[in-house]
Design a protein around this ligand. Structure first.
Ligand code: FE2
Ligand code: FE2
Length: 235
């Protein structure tokens, strides 16, 4: 079952044929090679990174929804401020699919932590999804967006407004999330002297907010609250 927020992004794609192709891939993001099918972790629980950003349960969904929101705001800027032209269908489809094979590169270890799969030893998520989009005959403009989503570090740089928007939205959301996670982990380590493993975005934003509102005492209180909430969820 697709997350309702992801589903409502899919609904924004006006071109019926493209919407169906995107939905089909999101509903079953599998990759077939040499007769073996790779399925990976499910989209609903998958993180969107192992360390730098969205590195917690449900991180993939949060990343796609947040990057989609940023990308659509950038479409508004292009049209309303700069008077430019942008194809929103391509932008939304690009955001929905750019990392859709990341979960294929993750597995859950016995201790509950995520690590890389054997498939990830050979191909990165970007190469995997680009080859799948070609295999499924997606529009070349969309294949380009996905191939270019890592900007200067990817296979090709963004060469269309839509590809640039997707790259920047991806980058901004990764930084926003990653920097807040890092800041919260640092505050807990320095002020409480403990580690909070697999910190979620909600916990991280709470810690950072409490530091701004109540100083070091706020961090101690937030830490205690988070530990209690985690214990309650386990029982
Ligand atoms: Fe990516
Ligand atoms: Fe991404």
């Amino acid at each position: 079952m697709l997350d309702p927020k992801i589903r409502s992004l899919v609904e924004k794609i006006r071109d019926r044929k493209l919407r169906k192709k995107v939905a089909d891939l999101l509903n079953k993001p599998s990759f077939l090679i040499n007769g073996k099918e790779y399925l990976g972790v499910s989209l609903e629980v998958s993180p969107a990174g192992l360390s730098h950003h969205h590195s917690y349960l449900g991180g993939f969904t949060e990343h796609v929804v947040s990057a989609g929101t940023i990308a659509l705001a950038m479409c508004d800027c292009v049209e309303e401020v700069y008077g430019g032209v942008v194809n929103r269908d391509l932008v939304v489809a690009g955001i929905l699919l750019h990392d859709v094979f990341k979960p294929l590169t993750y597995k859950v270890d016995e201790d509950g932590y995520y690590s890389s799969t054997r498939l990830a030893d050979y191909l990165d998520h970007s190469s995997l999804i680009v080859s799948e989009l070609v295999r499924r005959d997606f529009p070349l403009e969309l294949v380009h967006i996905v191939a270019a989503h890592h900007g200067g570090y990817g296979a090709v740089r963004p060469r269309t407004v839509e590809a640039l928007i997707c790259h920047l939205a991806d980058l901004v959301d990764s930084r926003l999330n990653g920097d807040v996670l890092n800041a919260a982990s640092y505050l807990v380590r320095r002020i409480v002297g403990e580690e909070l493993p697999a910190l979620s975005s909600k916990e991280a934003f709470e810690i950072v907010h409490c530091k701004a509102a109540e100083g070091e005492d706020g961090v101690r209180k937030a830490y205690r609250r988070i530990v209690e909430e985690r214990k309650a969820r386990k029982t």
